[in-house]
Every structure is written in structure tokens, then in C-alpha cells.
Design a protein. Structure first.
Length: 95
């Protein structure tokens, strides 16, 4: 991922999800922080998380597939991946 796009992605996710980091993040670190935040929201404020996913226009079909019990990847990690990928699409569209 290009440095400029990564910087934009970090700024958007920090603003919209309230991610906090005092250092420059790699893509993997950003994905991990996003997953932690999503996990917190799943446990404490599911409505806020679903509202955010709706605003991002992530389809309910994708969300429901991620939340199925038989998935090997934990739900919070899969949702974080969907969020990051959607934000990348939005950043590319704006360029």
C-alpha cells in the first residue's frame, strides 16, 4: 500500500473509529488496532458498530457471512478487514 494512502487510511480510521496510536503504523498494525476496536464494540456497543458498517455501505450479506459461528477467522478480525478494505476503496475513489 502506498505511503500516502496508508496515511489517509490511518487518519480516517482514527477519526471514525476512535483508534489511538502515537506512532506511525504499518498496514498490519492498523488492521490489528481496528480489530481490537471492533472487538470492543462487538462486546460493548454492537449498535454503534452496525451503524458504522451501515454508513460504510458494507453489505449485510458480507457482515452475516463474517458473523457465522463456523468461520475460522474470529468475527472481529474479519469485520476489521472489511472495514479497512472498504475505507481503502473510498480513498481510491476520491483520488
Amino acid at each position: 500500500m502506498e505511503e500516502q494512502n496508508l496515511s489517509s487510511l490511518i487518519a480516517v480510521l482514527q477519526d471514525e473509529l476512535g483508534l489511538e496510536s502515537k506512532k506511525t503504523l504499518t498496514y498490519e498494525e492498523l488492521l490489528h488496532l481496528t480489530a481490537q476496536r471492533v472487538n470492543y464494540l462487538l462486546e460493548n456497543d454492537k449498535d454503534l458498530l452496525l451503524s458504522y458498517l451501515y454508513r460504510l455501505d458494507i453489505s449485510m450479506k458480507k457482515i452475516n457471512n463474517v458473523l457465522k459461528v463456523q468461520n475460522e477467522i474470529p468475527a472481529h478480525e474479519s469485520l476489521a478487514y472489511l472495514i479497512v478494505q472498504r475505507q481503502i476503496e473510498r480513498i481510491k475513489t476520491k483520488q
